[in-house]
Design a protein. Structure first.
Length: 112
């Protein structure tokens, strides 16, 4: 997936919306699936992730425009989702690193 995304994003696009649309096609519809994170009595929804046994190693967040509307910025939202998805394991293994690739996509064609 990373190779396909890198190839798709290295092309020349006429505008940011086209770039966002291409990255969405490469990632969302082929590899990433929405999922719920249950943490501390709350439920959070990822826009897309890849996980193994509940550990999300890729989390994606899509938004039409940064800095407008309600909710957190896409990067902050993805980091929050990651934090809530790992907090139990992090308490059990405080010195272990839980790597995760965070993908943020924004533009007029990004699914929201």
């Amino acid at each position: 997936m990373v190779r396909e995304l890198s190839d798709a994003m290295s092309r020349v696009f006429s505008n940011d919306g086209s770039r966002a649309a291409k990255s969405c096609r490469v990632t969302t519809y082929k590899y990433l699936f929405e999922s719920e994170i249950h943490s501390k009595g709350q439920t959070f929804l990822t826009h897309g992730d890849i996980q193994v046994d509940g550990h999300r190693f890729i989390i994606a967040q899509f938004t039409n425009e940064v800095g407008r509307g309600s909710g957190a910025e896409p990067y902050a939202q993805a980091v929050m989702n990651y934090t809530h998805s790992t907090w139990l394991k992090a308490e059990q293994f405080p010195s272990f690193n839980f790597p995760c690739l965070i993908i943020t996509v924004f533009g007029e064609d990004a699914p929201s």
